[in-house]
Ligand binder design. Structure first.
Ligand SMILES: NC(=O)c1ccc[n+]([C@@H]2O[C@H](COP(=O)([O-])OP(=O)(O)OC[C@H]3O[C@@H](n4cnc5c(N)ncnc54)[C@H](OP(=O)(O)O)[C@@H]3O)[C@@H](O)[C@H]2O)c1
Length: 252
């Protein structure tokens, strides 16, 4: 089976490192034109852009600032042309224990929800508004095993934001399929990236390894092939579904 995405322009948020970067590498190999989003790691994103085999553009937005997010997607469409797919991948996990002073805890909660859920919701909303029903489009939201399993208490906001993403995906999928918009959720478990360092230092690598069914930890490159398949349209009849990619660590 050969996947050819050369007619597609796709936005990947958080493409500067980790899972987003691996997705960018695969989608580019399949020929997609990419909008590589990052917040502060512009150098890493530019370096990635130069290395990719297909055309790509680095785009910047602080997703914690919703005023920056509002109107950003239509601007991208105006600058680069029709966007066929968006991958809401950027995310943060803030350690915020329940005994943190309430005001600071609320700030952490809001920042987490803004980046992981609210910004993604705005991007989905504006993507739908920009969509031409003749061309359609695909939305892929990167959630987490934590949406189903819950998380350590200091990461409760993270789990809540990722559960919200699943609800958004299902709502969009159920009501926009006839406008040729499909939506999917991918829910990884532990993946070896910068974000996972905090979990690794809390649990220890041995615990994480013993928690999974496979013989090695999930790498960003293990997430990318499924996302590529979802972008291709070959799995459109799974619209609304959540795909668990957690190395057998949590089976629903
Ligand atoms: N790693 C895991 O174990 C794991 C497990 C389940 C789900 N996930 C999910 O997978 C996705 C990618 O995770 P990852 O592990 O690859 O993360 P990562 O290595 O920490 O990378 C995070 C990405 O998000 C961007 N980002 C962070 N804050 C931002 C903000 N305020 N505005 C815009 N962009 C921002 C970063 O951009 P800059 O580089 O410019 O800062 C970076 O590209 C996340 O949604 C995460 O929740 C990860």
């Amino acid at each position: 089976m050969k996947i050819d995405l050369s007619t597609q322009r796709i936005l990947i948020t958080g493409a500067s490192r980790g899972i987003g970067r691996a997705i960018a590498e695969q989608l580019s190999e399949a020929g997609a034109e990419l909008l590589l989003h990052c917040k502060s790691n512009l150098d890493a994103a530019e370096e990635l852009s130069k290395k990719l085999p297909s055309s790509s553009h680095v785009v910047n937005c602080d997703l914690s600032k919703l005023s920056e997010v509002e109107g950003w997607l239509p601007e991208l469409v105006h600058t680069y042309g029709y966007i066929n797919g968006i991958i809401n991948n950027a995310g943060i996990a803030i350690h915020s224990p329940l005994d943190t002073q309430t005001h600071a805890w609320v700030m952490d909660w809001q920042r987490t929800l803004n980046v992981n859920l609210n910004a993604a919701a705005i991007l989905c909303k504006e993507f739908v508004a920009c969509c031409d029903p003749k061309k359609g489009g695909r939305i892929i939201n990167i959630s987490s095993r934590a949406a189903h399993k819950g998380n350590l208490l200091p990461y409760m906001a993270y789990a809540a934001s990722k559960a919200g993403l699943i609800a958004i995906t299902k709502s969009l999928a159920r009501h926009l399929g006839k406008l040729h918009i499909k939506a999917f959720t991918v829910a990884p478990g532990f993946v070896n990236t910068d974000m996972a360092d905090a979990f690794r230092s809390h649990y220890g690598e041995e615990h994480i390894s013993s928690d999974i069914a496979l013989d090695r930890l999930t790498e960003p490159g293990d997430i990318a092939p499924l996302v590529t398949l979802l972008c291709s349209g070959l799995a459109d009849h799974a619209t609304g579904s959540t795909f668990d990619l957690n190395a057998g660590s949590y089976l629903r």
